[in-house]
Design a binder for this molecule. Structure first.
Ligand code: HEM
Length: 314
């Protein structure tokens, strides 16, 4: 029994060694034939780089100026793909959209970028918040411009989002099939205003303190959830458990309110707003791109019978 085991083990070892050596030999043989052909390929590639594997792995189609290649160029590139392959020329005129949706988004990007930089200098505590703002204004290199870029971009974003909504309303773009996107837009408006409001308290100055005092005092009168709102007291709402208490993390605007504002301002709301923006842009594409001006038709043309299957009244 013991002998059998030994010989099995020995045989197994020999088999393994043999397999490895033949494998290595085969690999060396393959390399001998592969290297010259690969080298030839590389030399050919130097003559015409568009034929190399590296080039074709990045640019996956020809670049002749045909409508098909132009569309493929857009569709097969992740960055260009963010834009549609074809667009309605009139819909992207500035006179039609005012570019306001795009400008609002651009401002949001600026706000995110400058906001992250501001986070390096700001502490959301009653002791430090206002000092950090003074430090940024007077000592941090480029701190003043950083803070003001954030502030101005915030004001402009609020203006931009209103103007964008106004334009969508004027062009009737809230109508079918864009009703859903209008609603996403309304949420975006609310979140933009909430971003603005939560940012107001962060410098911990008098302006922010009183603005948030007044703003959150309105929450007292929330129906059902505020202790001064309709049916609030009946549902057991007091200044110590109602919605205002939840917003402030207490019954007065103090350290907890500052911390809550900070977290909502820097994490909660931007994440929700970003997700909504993704849905918003996806919907613009799915609803057939930017709406575009109504087609201009002569009365005579409008009266003409339509061509195609619908002409027969199907
Ligand atoms: C953070 C806020 C927002 C951003 C970044 C944003 C961005 C955009 C962009 C880039 C477009 C493409 C067309 C254009 O630029 O005008 C667009 C279209 C649209 N937006 Fe917004 N938007 C926002 C808020 C709103 C609001 C508040 C509403 C309305 C309540 C709204 C409703 C719409 C609708 C219905 C369209 C399609 C318009 C069309 O096809 O002509 N959006 N949005």
């Amino acid at each position: 029994m013991a002998d059998e085991n030994n010989s099995n083990g020995k045989n197994g070892k020999v088999g393994l060694v043999e397999r490895v050596t033949t494998g290595v030999k085969e690999d060396i043989q393959a390399l001998k034939t592969d290297i010259p052909s690969k080298a030839k390929e590389q030399i050919e590639g130097l003559k015409d780089p568009t034929k190399t594997q590296v080039y074709t792995s990045i640019f996956r189609h020809k670049h002749d100026d045909t409508p098909r290649n132009r569309a493929l160029g857009v569709l097969s590139n992740v960055f260009l793909h963010l834009h549609p392959a074809k667009i309605n020329r009139d819909a992207v005129r500035y006179s039609y959209t005012w570019g306001m949706g795009g400008i609002t988004f651009y401002l949001f990007i600026i706000l995110t970028y400058t906001g992250v930089l501001l986070m390096f200098y700001y502490h959301p505590s009653k002791v430090q918040a206002f000092r950090d703002v003074l430090y940024l204004e007077h000592d941090v290199p480029f701190g003043k411009i950083l803070r003001n870029m954030h502030r101005w971009a915030a004001h402009l974003m609020v203006i931009g989002v209103w103007l964008h909504m106004f334009r969508v309303f004027l062009t009737g773009s809230y109508k079918k099939p864009r009703e859903f996107n209008w609603n996403i837009g309304v949420l975006l408006l609310v979140f933009t205003l909430l971003l603005s409001f939560t940012g107001y308290l962060l410098p911990d100055d008098q302006l922010g303190f009183w603005a948030v005092t007044v703003g959150t005092n309105m929450a007292r009168a929330t129906p059902l959830l505020g202790h001064e709102g309709p049916f609030g007291p009946q549902l057991g709402m007091t200044p110590y458990n109602d919605v205002r208490f939840g917003l402030l993390g207490g019954s007065i605007v103090d350290a907890n309110a500052l911390l809550r504002s900070y977290i909502w301002h820097c994490i909660g709301i931007p994440i929700v707003a970003s997700i909504l923006m993704i849905v918003h842009f996806w919907r613009v594409r799915k609803d057939g791109g930017i709406s575009g001006p109504a087609q201009v038709m002569l009365t005579a043309e409008a009266d003409k019978p339509r061509r195609g299957p619908k002409a027969a009244g199907e």
